[in-house]
Write a new protein. Structure first.
Length: 178
């Protein structure tokens, strides 16, 4: 049973730049640069028939134009109990619209609605039992983050198998824009 999600790939040169943020945070599980991505819609564990339906309906996407993506700073999820370090994506209406289209498609084939608010980001590390003080120190040291921009010309359907998060991710299908 595959675990599926849609996303935007991070180009290798951007992944290399992001990898400079690795390290310096005790207890963090750093994502390998080749597994960096921007999740659009988490689908979850599905059976083969649903996986086929997902793959098929995504082919009906009407998205036609490349999307400029700007990564503009480090942040964390979890507030006082941080659980991830990520890179923010600047306000991008195109990503929000693409994600909304995919959300409608997934509901159309019977999947439950996504309950989390869409926050475009690239996860760099997952945190478990990491001191909030260590996270604050890490963020203070890494405070300056140069903007990185790339153009996405497709989205992909990823799968992951028997993992605790962070990859490896496999591209099951690609859906070019235009």
């Amino acid at each position: 049973m595959p675990r599926l999600f849609t996303g935007i790939e991070i180009p290798p040169e951007i992944g290399l730049a992001l990898s400079a943020c690795r390290g310096g945070l005790p207890g963090a599980r750093w994502i390998d640069p080749e597994n960096y991505h921007l999740t659009l819609r988490f689908i979850g564990d599905v059976d083969g028939r649903m996986a086929d339906d997902v793959c098929s309906i995504l082919g009906d996407s009407r998205w036609r134009e490349p999307i400029a993506v700007t990564l503009d700073g480090l942040d964390t999820f979890g507030g006082g109990k941080p659980r991830a370090v990520f890179v923010r994506v600047s306000g991008n209406g195109q990503l929000t619209d693409l994600q909304a289209e995919q959300e409608r498609m997934m509901r159309q084939i019977g999947l439950a609605p996504e309950t989390r608010k869409f926050t475009p980001h690239v996860t760099l590390a997952r945190l478990k039992n990491v001191s909030p003080i260590d996270v604050a120190d890490y963020m203070a040291v890494r405070g300056h983050f140069p903007k990185l921009t790339f153009t996405a010309d497709r989205f992909v359907l990823y799968s992951s198998r028997a993992s605790v998060g962070g990859g490896p991710y496999i591209i099951e299908a690609a859906y070019p824009f235009g």
